[in-house]
Design a binder for this molecule. Sequence first.
Ligand SMILES: [Zn+2]
Length: 106
Amino acid sequence: MNTAAVRARLIERDGFKCKVCRVKLTVPGDPQLASKPTDASIDHIIPKSKGGVSADYNLRLLCYKCNTTRGNKMPERDVNLSFSFGRASFSFDITSTNVSARIEIK
Ligand SMILES: [Zn+2]
């Protein structure tokens, strides 16, 4: 995946805040090289090792600190993600045991 482009989309969708601790994110020049605790890093909500895909609905921005503490655990709490793309709206409910998706076309 094109990490820089994905990160730009996630920033546009979610803003410059860590989804877990709400810290204001800093953006490292190279997206692969987050190193400061507040650096933006891309997190797979359902971890890749548990079958999570690299699509935007399964990605979010976390600060480097939260992302590295999290490891391969399933989401710390239930997550709902909703977004629109053109005339379609997508809604995902993610719990530690289940993922359900709803797609509506206006
Ligand atoms: Zn954080």
